[in-house]
Design a binder for this molecule. Structure first.
Ligand code: GBH
Length: 550
């Protein structure tokens, strides 16, 4: 370790090698368009929120501890064949027992926000508000108090996919509109118990994933295969449940608790493959509407689904011989209830793909969401890859998506609630590819703010630490901290990316080389490897890391 530090410190004392007039590129071989890809030095607006995130099932473990009920991920992961290596979240990062450790590492990074989720069945074991599990309430009270004591603001997700099993068994979970009432009452219990201290709420994490991967045969819990039918019904109930939870807050809690409630939607950016082809431009727009618009349009535009979804699904349904459209309809009252039911726009974004119009559109015999929207979608093999097949690093995509959201949804306040990068080399604390990803994506967010006037308020890195990556189990790692899942203590160890992120946060961005950067190292107790301290020497630091150290 010592030689590494010496080399780094010596190199940092040298003058900056790159000429200020030469643009710096994070991915010089792949993304080097001076207009699009040149690195922008500068800092974020004052008060910009820097956060990191986790979710209950992915980190907590304690799957049957102290009166917790089972949820659909407990069941799904413990059914052989569903998860890589048959991994489960039964113990995961053991944050149920080690939450103080989590608070400590957040504190060390000096991050002032932490996004985590509540386990519904830990609080309400059978899903209904008839039975409240005090041990579950106590667990989250301790966590929230622990965060606040260290000056960390909680950003709390009510639902990050772990539905109480009883609600799935009793009535089909999100397929049944009874869920709207139960979700509302669950939200109420959370506001009542935690709302005196939690002022930033997210109702649902990525309803698209819940609907399409959970109920459309996508390989996520509960593993229901009803693509193009059930997935639309689940989405319908998700939207109404979200609106319900927002209204309950608005009616009964906002006046006294004065917090904010939003939803988090996920979307790739869909880049038209050939921008000079009208058909590709339309295909990309259609894909964006079917994906983000499925939920974004009702909540942020007019209370209803995007027109293109209505037209295409109605038409396909008719051709397939359905008596009514597979896409359900909202009543006028429901539309009114849904429209405007989010205090800000939460965005989870990871990657980009090309979209183009397929050569022909043959309506399938069996209903299918993807068949309904008729877009070819793929990723360029040249784009930098990650530990996950679906995740390519395409930094300029987030900037285009942010601008699209600004234009489409009336310039909302945007909270980036997730963005991050996976690796497969699970024990490596040197993670330069993750640093490249964060550096370039965060910089594109800065460009969106500075150059496009997008109202981005927050950036959240996924994830604070390695955790249970759903169907991929522990084979794909998103953490800025390594977790040793073979060790009963589940030790967390800082990766280089964590120090990098802390430095970006400390500098509130990437100060221009002429500005005085913060050179103070984040206090990282027990960290034995190198610290990246001076973001204004980014090109140089990056160069040194790659050439001399890693
Ligand atoms: C987020 O979802 C989640 O909110 C978070 O819990 C998760 O850990 C993180 O992303 C990283 O995945 O190629 O069929 O295996 C982002 C949406 C969901 C996109 C899983 C990729 C895998 C599809 N991701 N999906 S597949």
């Amino acid at each position: 370790m010592l030689p590494k530090m010496l080399i780094l410190v010596t190199l940092m004392l040298l003058p900056v090698v790159s000429n200020a007039d030469d643009p710096y590129y994070v991915y010089p071989d792949v993304f080097n368009d001076p207009e699009r890809d040149a690195f922008l030095f500068g800092t974020f607006p004052e008060g910009f929120i820097w956060s990191s995130a986790t979710s209950s099932y992915q980190i907590e473990g304690g799957y049957d501890a102290d009166g917790k009920g089972y949820n659909i991920w407990d069941t799904f992961a413990n059914t052989p064949g569903n998860i890589a290596n048959n991994d489960t979240g039964n113990i995961a990062c053991d944050s149920y027992n080690k939450w103080e450790e989590d608070v400590r590492i957040i504190k060390e990074l000096d991050l002032e926000y932490y996004r985590f989720s509540l386990s519904w069945s830990r609080i309400l074991p059978d899903g209904t508000a008839d039975n409240v599990n005090q041990a579950g309430i106590d667990y989250y009270n301790n966590l929230i108090d622990g965060l606040l004591a260290d000056g960390i603001t909680p950003m709390v997700t009510l639902y990050h996919w772990d539905l109480p099993q009883d609600l799935q068994d009793d009535y089909g979970g999100w397929l049944n509109e009874t869920i709207i009432y139960d979700f509302g009452e669950y939200a109420r219990v959370c506001y009542e118990n935690f709302g005196d201290r939690v002022k930033l709420w997210l109702t649902l994490n990525e309803p698209w994933i819940i609907a399409q991967l959970g109920y459309g045969c996508g390989g996520f819990a509960p593993g229901v295969c009803a693509d193009g039918t059930g997935s639309y019904v689940a989405a319908h109930n998700l939207i109404k449940s979200h609106a319900k939870a927002w209204h309950i807050y608005d009616d009964d809690f906002r006046a006294t608790q004065a917090g904010r409630v939003g939803i988090t939607l996920n979307s790739d950016w869909m880049e038209p493959y050939n921008r000079s082809l009208e058909t590709d431009l339309n295909a990309a727009e259609r894909a964006q509407q079917f994906h983000l618009g499925w939920f974004g349009h009702p909540i942020f535009v007019d209370g209803d689904y995007p027109e293109v979804m209505r037209e295409m699904i109605d038409y396909s349904s008719e051709v397939q011989g359905y008596n009514e459209s597979r896409l359900p309809t909202f009543t006028a009252l429901e539309k009114e209830y849904i429209l405007g039911s989010s205090d800000f726009f939460g965005l989870n974004h990871y990657t980009t793909g090309y979209a183009s119009k397929p050569d022909e559109w043959v309506i399938s015999d069996n209903p299918s969401y993807y068949n309904d929207y008729a877009v070819d979608f793929w990723k360029d093999p040249e784009w930098p890859s990650s530990g996950s097949d679906w995740l390519k690093s395409v930094p300029w995509g987030i900037r285009r998506l942010l601008e699209w959201i600004k234009d489409e949804y009336g310039d909302p306040e945007i909270y980036v609630t997730e963005n991050g990068f996976s690796t497969k080399d699970i024990d490596d604390l040197n993670d330069p590819d993750r640093i490249d990803y964060y550096q370039s994506y965060i910089d594109e967010v800065l460009k969106a703010i500075e150059m496009d006037g997008v109202n981005v308020k927050a950036y959240t890195a996924w994830s604070l630490m390695d955790n249970f990556e759903w169907a991929a189990g522990y084979t794909e790692r998103f953490g800025m901290h390594h977790v040793d899942f073979d060790d009963d203590d589940r030790p967390r160890t800082q990766k280089d990316s964590s120090l990098f992120y802390a430095t970006v946060k400390a500098n509130n961005g990437f100060p221009k080389p002429t500005e005085e950067p913060i050179t103070e190292e984040p206090a990282v107790a027990g960290s034995s490897h190198l610290g990246l301290t001076i973001t204004c020497f980014l090109p140089f630091v990056n160069f040194c890391l790659r050439k001399f150290i890693l």
